[in-house]
Design a protein around this ligand. Structure first.
Ligand SMILES: Cc1cc2nc3c(=O)[nH]c(=O)nc-3n(C[C@H](O)[C@H](O)[C@H](O)COP(=O)(O)OP(=O)(O)OC[C@H]3O[C@@H](n4cnc5c(N)ncnc54)[C@H](O)[C@@H]3O)c2cc1C
Length: 396
C-alpha cells in the first residue's frame, strides 16, 4: 500500500483531495492510502476574512466535508519533513510528536500575511484573531470619539486607514465603509466624520488592467465613500500618525495592513530547494526539484509556465488548477500510466473584487477584449468563485 500524505487543507489541499478521490476511486483503501494533515480541524476560507471584521460569519468548514470515501484526516501541526527517512514530523494531541511515513508527499502549507515591521501598531489582516481585533479596535474608537465635541478633533479620532490596495485591501475597505457609517449613526455621531483611507504606492488600483478599467473601479470606491490615496508608500505608523515616504502625515486611529503574503515560514526548515521568495521550487509536474516523491502546490510553491515564463501568483485562481492537475499527475504515477499532464499558466487575465455586501467588480481580459461586470450580477459571480474555491454551494 502506498501512502500519499497531503500537508495543508487550504484551497490547494482540498482540491487535490477531491481530484484524487475522483481519479483513484477503486484504489483508495486497497493499494493507496491518502491522509490529509492540517493543524486545524477545519478548512479556513481565508478569502472571506475581511467579512469577519464586520460581522459574525462562519468561514470554517470541518474536514469531514472533504474527507469521505476512504480519505483520512489527521489533525496535527507539521514541524518538519525528513526527506531522507521519508517522514513528516507532526505534533498531535497532548503535545505528542510523531513521525508519519510517506511514499508520496504533497506540501500545500500555504502562506501567511506579510508583517511590516515599520507599521508595528498596524494590524495585518491574516487570520481570524486579527480580523476580530480590528472590529474591537473600531468599536472602542467609536466609544472614545463620542466624548469629543470639537468636530476636527472628532474626525481625527475616527479616521481609519487600510494600507495596501491589492484585492484584499479593496475588499476590506469596501466592506468596512457602510458598516462603519451605520455604527457611527447608531452611536449618534455624524457618519461624515468617519473617514476611511486606502493608501497604495501605485498610481492606480488593479493596475494590471487597462487604465479605463482601473478608473472605473476607483470611481466605484469613491461612490462608496472610500478615499483612495495613490502614489503613497507608508513609512511608519507611530502614536496614531501615519508617516508616508512623500512627507504626508495622517492622523489615524486604526491602521489595517494588507500588503501581501509570504510563503509559510516553516518551508525554510525543510532543507528543500527554495526560490528568492522562499517558495519551494517545482518543475512542470509540481515535483520539488531533485525529489521525485515530494510535490508542492499553492502559495508555498513557485510555479512557472515553462512556455511563457509566467509565474503563478499567490491566489486561489492559481492554487485550484494546480491541485486539479496534480491529482491527475499522481494518479498516472501510481497507476504506472504515461503522464501528459503538465503545468500551464492561467489563460485569462482577470479578477473578481467584492465592493461591500451589495455589489462586486469583475474584470476579465480575453482575446484583447476587456469584460467588466458590476453590481449585483458581479456579486453573484464573486460569490460563485468563493464557493467553488471551497467546494461548497450557495453559502452565505
Ligand atoms: C485576507 C486574505 C484575502 C485573500 N483574498 C483572496 C481573494 O480574494 N482571491 C484569491 O484568489 N486569493 C485571495 N487570497 C489568497 C488566497 O487565500 C491564497 O492564495 C490561498 O489561500 C492559497 O491556498 P493554499 O492552499 O496554497 O494555502 P492556504 O489556504 O494558506 O492553506 C494552507 C493550509 O495549511 C495549514 N497549515 C499551515 N501551517 C501548518 C502546519 N505547520 N501544520 C499543519 N497545517 C498547517 C493551514 O491551516 C491551511 O489549512 C487572500 C489571502 C488573504 C490572507
Amino acid at each position: 500500500m502506498k501512502n500519499i500524505i497531503v500537508l495543508g487543507g487550504g484551497y490547494a489541499g482540498i482540491h487535490l483531495i477531491k481530484s484524487l478521490k475522483n481519479q483513484l476511486k477503486n484504489e483508495i483503501g486497497s493499494s493507496v492510502r491518502i491522509i490529509l494533515v492540517d493543524k486545524n480541524p477545519y478548512h479556513f476560507r481565508k478569502v472571506l476574512l475581511f467579512k469577519v471584521v464586520t460581522e459574525e460569519v462562519q468561514i470554517k468548514i470541518p474536514f469531514e466535508h472533504y474527507c469521505s470515501e476512504g480519505i483520512e484526516f489527521m489533525q496535527g501541526e507539521v514541524l518538519n519533513v525528513d526527506s531522507t527517512s521519508k517522514n513528516v514530523e507532526l505534533k498531535v494531541e497532548n503535545e505528542q510528536v510523531i513521525n508519519l511515513p510517506y511514499d508520496y508527499l504533497v506540501i500545500a502549507l500555504g502562506s501567511v500575511a506579510k508583517v511590516n515591521s515599520t507599521i508595528p501598531g498596524g494590524i495585518s489582516l491574516g487570520d481570524e484573531k486579527s480580523a476580530l481585533l480590528i472590529r474591537e479596535q473600531i468599536n472602542d474608537l467609536i466609544q472614545c470619539a463620542k466624548l469629543i465635541d470639537d468636530k476636527e478633533k472628532q474626525k481625527d479620532a475616527l479616521r481609519i486607514a487600510v494600507v495596501g490596495g491589492g484585492i484584499t485591501g479593496i475588499e476590506t475597505v469596501s466592506e468596512l465603509v457602510e458598516w462603519y457609517k451605520n455604527k457611527l449613526g447608531i452611536a449618534g455621531i455624524n457618519p461624515e466624520h468617519g473617514e476611511i483611507l486606502l493608501l497604495d504606492p501605485k498610481e492606480h488600483l488593479l493596475d494590471i488592467a487597462p487604465l479605463k478599467v482601473c478608473e472605473k473601479l476607483e470611481h466605484k470606491l469613491r461612490d462608496l465613500g472610500v478615499k483612495f490615496i495613490p502614489k503613497t508608500r507608508v513609512r511608519e505608523y507611530k502614536e496614531n500618525q501615519l508617516h508616508c515616504e512623500n512627507g504626508a502625515v495622517y492622523s489615524v486611529r486604526t491602521c489595517i495592513v494588507t500588503n501581501g503574503l509570504s510563503a509559510n515560514p516553516l518551508i525554510k526548515k525543510m532543507g528543500l530547494p527554495l526560490s528568492e521568495h522562499n517558495q519551494l521550487i517545482v518543475n512542470d509536474i509540481y515535483c520539488v526539484n531533485g525529489y521525485n516523491n515530494i510535490f508542492a502546490i499553492g502559495d508555498c510553491a513557485r510555479v512557472v509556465d515553462r512556455k511563457t515564463n509566467q509565474i503563478d501568483s499567490m491566489t486561489c485562481k492559481e492554487a485550484v488548477p494546480q491541485a486539479q492537475r496534480l491529482g491527475k499527475i499522481l494518479t498516472n504515477l501510481l497507476l504506472n500510466r504515461p503522464n501528459k499532464v503538465t503545468h500551464k499558466g492561467f489563460p485569462v487575465k482577470g479578477y473578481g473584487i467584492s465592493l461591500g455586501p451589495h455589489e462586486a467588480f469583475v474584470w476579465a481580459q480575453k482575446w484583447g477584449i476587456d469584460f467588466v461586470i458590476t453590481g449585483k450580477l458581479g456579486l453573484r459571480i464573486r460569490k460563485m468563485t468563493w464557493d467553488q474555491a471551497s467546494l461548497v454551494t450557495n453559502s452565505k
